[in-house]
Design a protein. Structure first.
Length: 137
């Protein structure tokens, strides 16, 4: 199974008291000509201090057990080779793809969230499209 747009990955990402815990990450685009993709992570809603740009309900993906939010502040661009290496080391596990409607909400939120790093917004074409447009990558 290849790393591609709408795919999800479980990546070891803490927290400190549980360093082996995996968080759901969404692949936002097909690999570019350099083999890079943009990833956003998903976290459980535990209070009121979170990005409300894209709230996911537990029925929207098989991994979700609670209402969750997309943590656009930690959006990043990574090489597919590093993801493949992480899978070989069992630090990353592929999971079910996002359904189309949920994926579009996640993707649109990249440009809309004030917390998304500028580098990621530029990479996905938000600057050319405007904050309310959907990235085409």
């Amino acid at each position: 199974m290849a790393i591609a747009k709408k795919g999800t990955l479980l990546i070891v990402s803490g927290p400190k008291h549980d360093p082996g815990r995996k968080h759901l990450h969404v692949v936002c685009n097909d690999p570019d000509d350099k083999g890079n993709v943009a990833l956003v992570s998903v976290c459980s809603v535990t209070g009121t201090n979170h990005d409300t740009t894209c709230i996911l309900q537990k029925h929207e993906h098989a991994f979700l057990k609670h209402d969750s939010f997309v943590l656009y502040a930690r959006a990043t661009i990574v090489s597919t080779s590093s993801l493949t290496n992480g899978m070989a080391a069992e630090l990353i596990v592929m999971h079910d793809d996002m359904n189309g409607q949920t994926f579009l909400r996640v993707l649109r939120g990249i440009c809309r969230s004030p917390q998304t790093p500028r580098k990621v917004k530029t990479y996905l074409g938000c600057d050319e499209l405007g904050a309310e447009e959907n990235p085409t990558t």
